[in-house]
Design a protein around this ligand. Structure first.
Ligand SMILES: Nc1nc2c(ncn2[C@@H]2O[C@H](COP(=O)(O)OP(=O)(O)O)[C@@H](O)[C@H]2O)c(=O)[nH]1
Ligand SMILES: [Mg+2]
Length: 361
């Protein structure tokens, strides 16, 4: 799973990237505007808790790959065409985080003049829709031509889906806001359309905006919200500084600014959710681990994520939900006594937060 961080120049993409990946990019490399990528552990308080309980040799978090997608530079006087290279780099991501500037800082120029988050989000939306329409229209034209001459079985299947997408886009609806069947989704996937990607809009505020960022987020949500969109606020500069501190120091820092929780932890969890992913756990004295699966995956499929052999050798899954486990003093004996520890078959749909042990042959 790969998430691309996109946004206008100087919105705070690299600041966010360095904070969530806990990497430090030296200023010279940043200036060369290369793309950077890194794997990030998804913070999970439940896994921390189980690590306390089991004191394992190893704790393994779920991971997501982040890419700091650079290369969006605008021409003079804000010529709005995004470069083909930039659009191509955005295409390969499974989901996008769009960083939008809220912070006011005269020493950092905004490429489009005054700070205006709604304008920035709209301009991205427009560019992405134009890019998708261009791809779809070209393809539709080619299919129609082929159909006149001879059979084009693939094209015939794709045509109605593409036409529907075209209509949606012409009407100003990004594809992430539309519902598609599984088959339609599979066809669309091959085109890697930009507006079909789930998107997290991350508003980058400064210390004066701690109290007002939610209100701004609400406005963006009202204008651009949808089932596959999330809007969150964060505080780029402050959180980058905090990420270099110890936990205790960071806590003091946060209280000082009136920040309740690090937005970055929330952001990672929301990104995970946006991708349609969820976690289940395996626990023990050797290892406590969060495993990543797609929502809706069965016990047998999930077992295959742990070890491919487990798919064929699957017998049963022993399952207890994390909430039940902690509500009963993190005691396996107690959850068994109460019947909260269950044996499930191969078709059991794994729930977010299940603790699982696979019985296999
Ligand atoms: N005052 C302030 N400056 C910020 C904030 N976030 C980023 N910056 C600064 O804005 C400039 C551009 O940030 P950067 O992350 O490199 O933006 P990018 O071009 O989107 O990657 C840098 O000088 C950052 O220090 C913020 O929240 N407040
Ligand atoms: Mg950058």
């Amino acid at each position: 799973m790969q998430i691309g961080i996109v946004g206008l120049p100087f919105s705070g993409k690299s600041t966010l990237f360095q904070t969530i990946t806990r990497t430090h990019i030296d200023p010279a490399a940043l200036a060369r505007s290369e793309s950077h990528q890194a794997m990030v552990s998804v913070p999970d308080a439940r896994l921390d808790r189980m690590t306390e309980v089991f004191n394992p040799k190893k704790t393994v978090h779920a991971v997501i790959e982040f890419v700091d997608v650079v290369g969006l530079s605008r021409g003079d006087a804000g010529s709005t065409q995004f470069t083909t290279k930039f659009l191509a780099d955005v295409k390969t991501n499974d989901a996008l985080v769009q960083v939008v500037r809220l912070f006011a800082d005269e020493t950092v120029a905004h490429p489009d003049g005054p700070v205006d988050p709604l304008r920035d989000v709209s301009s991205f939306e427009t560019e992405f829709m134009l890019s998708d329409m261009a791809i779809i229209e070209t393809r539709i034209e080619r299919i129609r031509k082929n159909l006149q001459k001879a059979g084009d079985e693939v094209g015939k299947r794709e045509l109605p889906v593409l036409e529907r997408c075209n209509d949606l886009l012409q009407a100003g609806t990004p594809l992430r806001n539309a519902e598609f069947t599984k088959e339609e989704g599979a066809i669309l996937k091959t085109y890697q359309l930009l507006t079909a990607k789930p998107m997290l809009i991350a508003l980058n505020g400064d210390e004066t905006q701690v109290g007002s960022i939610e209100e701004i987020a609400g406005k963006i949500r009202a204008a651009h919200g949808g089932p596959n969109v999330k809007v969150l606020g964060f505080f780029g500069k402050i959180e980058l500084e905090m990420s270099e501190l110890s936990k205790e120091e960071a806590a003091v820092f946060m209280t000082e600014y009136g920040i309740r929780e690090s937005a970055l932890d929330t952001l990672l969890r929301e990104a995970y959710d946006l991708l349609g992913l969820q976690s289940f756990f395996t626990v023990g004295e050797d290892e406590c681990r969060a495993w990543t699966i797609r929502k809706g995956m069965t016990a047998q499929e999930s077992a295959g994520v742990i070890h491919s052999d487990f798919v064929t050798k699957f017998i049963r899954a022993e399952v207890v939900h994390y909430d039940d486990f902690v509500a009963n003093d993190a005691s396996f004996a107690k959850v068994k006594e109460k019947g909260l520890w269950r044996l499930e078959g191969r078709e059991y749909v794994v729930r977010e937060g299940d603790i699982i042990s696979i019985r296999h042959g």
